[in-house]
Design a protein around this ligand. Sequence first.
Ligand code: BT5
Length: 326
Amino acid sequence: MRDEVLAFLRQNAGKFVSGQHMSEACKVTRTAIWKHIQNLRKQGYKIESFTKKGYRLLEEPDLLLPAAINKRLETKTFGREYHYFDQLPSSNKELRKLADAGAAEGAVVVTESQVSGHGRLNRGWYSPHAKGLWFSLLLRPSFVPQEAPKCTLMAAVALTKAFHELGLSEAGIKWPNDILVHGRKLVGILTEMNGSMEQIDYIIMGIGINTGSTKDEFPEDIREIATSFAMEGVDVDRCQALALILKHLEDQYQKVLKEGFASTLEEWKKLSVTINQDVEVRAPGNTYEGLALDLDQDGNLLVKTKTGQIERIVAGDVSIRPAKKK
Ligand code: BT5
């Protein structure tokens, strides 16, 4: 139905289509048509309406359509296999199916919205239509499974470099999987692995980036902690941004395959907003404060506690946040 209403508006681009005409053609009430128009507006379509004249499509959101991405893509493999959806439960889940069926390294699943997007430990991820980049990337690396958690750090480095290029110079990495701007979360990364103790079958890098949401649009529980390109005053073309991000991800991954993770971890430290900060570590059953000192060679965070002890924080074990200023 949504597609039919949209098709009517597109066919008559620039002209008014009456609600009566669409309701007869779609065999639904005029109220139903009005509801669809409201939904389209929420999704970023600019639709003008006047009593007696009907509805007129003025502007469509910059959708991440395959042709729009393909003409901007400068990668060898990343994004060359491109699976595009208007809505999905979760791009990670969709890519997992494709990976199990043999999809190649570099395949991506991109969706305009997710109804059950998720973070770590099954926490929710807010993914409204055309207001962000919600996508998953497939890797089939030859390195050992113990290296897999470092892929999150690698992705964070690639994304932060891309954001600096896009004009968001304040973006910095919070260990292990967030990118923040002015202390608010712009990005979440969810790395999932499939394989055995000996060998990685595949890694799915799930990436969520807020682009267009305004503060009022974020749900109340994250309104004070989340940010977007729009909130930071940076106007971003989502297609251009996605193509640039895929290029940075591919370059960073190639570097890791050639040289190992060491130089990427050094870059991570430079782009981090966690190192040298007072942090609160929340491990199951144990919360303490300390100073984030460094990363070890496995990408674990080294925190010096109040008693002078150095704790090694393993990704996935804890949540970590800036300590409250006293
Ligand atoms: C993450 O988890 O930050 C990883 C999020 C990964 C999302 C992507 S989107 C594409 C792909 N498909 C998926 O289904 N997932 C991936 P975590 O560190 O557990 O943080 C989750 C927490 O971030 C939530 O509990 C909220 O507090 C907060 N949050 C939820 N949605 C947000 C948003 N849009 N912006 C900022 N913060 C958000």
